[in-house]
Design a protein around this ligand. Structure first.
Ligand code: FAQ
Length: 323
């Protein structure tokens, strides 16, 4: 089997007798909890993935927040506000899940603000008009759910449990985006063109969200072995394409990929070459909005200093009420 071809990474405690027991628990589908013994490599991989995921939720607020003040109606504004607020909540559950592994939230946030930590490539693209808000909900939240539903069954309990609630909320997010796209696709010809233009710009970056092809993904094999990932990057990408193409057809929009074609034999859509040079440029910090996103996070962190100080002073006062 695919998983058995993997040689476990050696990161420190992997030669201890506990390893065999741990591997047996993973194979049996047990859930690993924070206080259970785990190999250092497993802990390290979880901290990496969960913290990158948390940062993505936090930075992911920025492209949509750009449109809260310009939403076309009060109803749209209320929905968008609720969605962006949900993303902040997702970030917080995920930082909480990462903290169970022995890192502090402060360390993780410092790494993000220092530009050392990764977050999803997709949030380095600009939101140029209202149709982009529809496209983000439909495609970006759609891609996020496709990736996250399997994670509800991942081997690490605190991450799996966080994912269950997050997926429920992401499902609402995907629906609101699809509804915006439906209204625009059935609207005036100018609105239809805006919807098509947004699909043209968000399609390929959405496919990149699933990560590099399996053949170039350094972490997938081990993560699948440990059930930190239940499916590979290519498997989830294919699922997303197969489910999204009929939705585009329903909207009467055209996916910007001339090579996209139903393959009767495989039962999947074939699709064109993804521009991996663009992907690697974006994750190295050279996407259209990387600098802007980090600047915004640093500013927000500095502006929030007084809130953190007040919360710490209040907590201190509660611990020693006589002073
Ligand atoms: N962007 O070996 P792999 C959302 C990095 S949440 C940036 O394949 P892995 C909600 C990867 O980290 C979206 N970097 O890595 C929302 C690694 O770098 P490292 C986030 C990427 O971890 C919606 C290197 O490339 N979701 O959207 C990307 O096994 C709307 C090699 O890659 C999650 O984080 C990328 N796209 O697989 C919010 C889900 N892809 O650490 C607001 C959980 C790869 O060696 C609005 N994460 N890299 O320096 C995962 O499932 C996995 O971490 C993958 C990557 C699949 C993302």
């Amino acid at each position: 089997m695919y998983a058995q071809m993997v040689t476990p990474e050696k990161n420190g405690n992997e030669s201890l007798p506990e390893l065999a027991d741990f591997e047996a628990r993973i194979d049996a589908g047990d859930t690993i909890e924070a206080r259970d013994w785990m190999p250092d490599g497993y802990r390290k991989t979880l901290i990496r993935q969960i913290s990158q995921h948390a940062h993505s939720e936090i930075v992911g607020q920025l492209p949509e927040a750009n449109w809260i003040t310009r939403a076309p109606t009060l109803r749209r504004k209320a929905i968008l506000l609720a969605k962006v607020q949900d993303e902040a909540g997702h970030g917080l559950y995920l930082y909480g899940a990462a903290e169970t592994l022995g890192v502090s939230r402060q360390e993780l946030i410092n790494d993000l603000l220092a530009g050392k930590a990764k977050y999803s490539s997709i949030f380095n693209y600009p939101t140029l008009n209202w149709a982009d808000i529809g496209a983000i909900g439909w495609l970006v939240d759609g891609a996020a759910i496709m990736n996250q539903i399997p994670l509800c069954r991942c081997s690490y309990g605190p991450y799996a449990r966080a994912m269950i609630r997050i997926c429920k909320e992401e499902s609402f997010h995907q629906r609101q985006g699809f509804e915006i796209m439906t209204v625009m696709a059935q609207g005036t010809s100018a609105q239809r063109s805006m919807a098509q233009d947004a699909l043209n710009r968000w399609w390929w970056p959405s496919l990149m969200m699933f990560g590099p092809p399996d053949s170039q993904s350094p972490h997938t094999a081990q993560s699948v072995r440990w059930k930190i990932k239940l499916l590979t990057n290519d498997q989830i990408r294919q699922r997303f394409i197969d489910q999204t193409v009929p939705q585009a057809d329903y909207l009467g929009l055209t996916i910007p990929d001339p090579a996209l074609k139903w393959n009767q034999e495989t039962g999947h859509y074939d699709f064109g070459e993804i521009d991996w040079t663009e992907f690697y440029n974006v994750i190295k910090g050279h996407g259209p909005c990387n600098n802007q996103r980090l600047r915004a996070r640093r500013q927000a962190h500095a502006d929030g200093a007084w809130v953190r100080e007040a919360a710490m002073a209040y907590a201190q006062k509660r611990l020693s009420p006589s002073k």
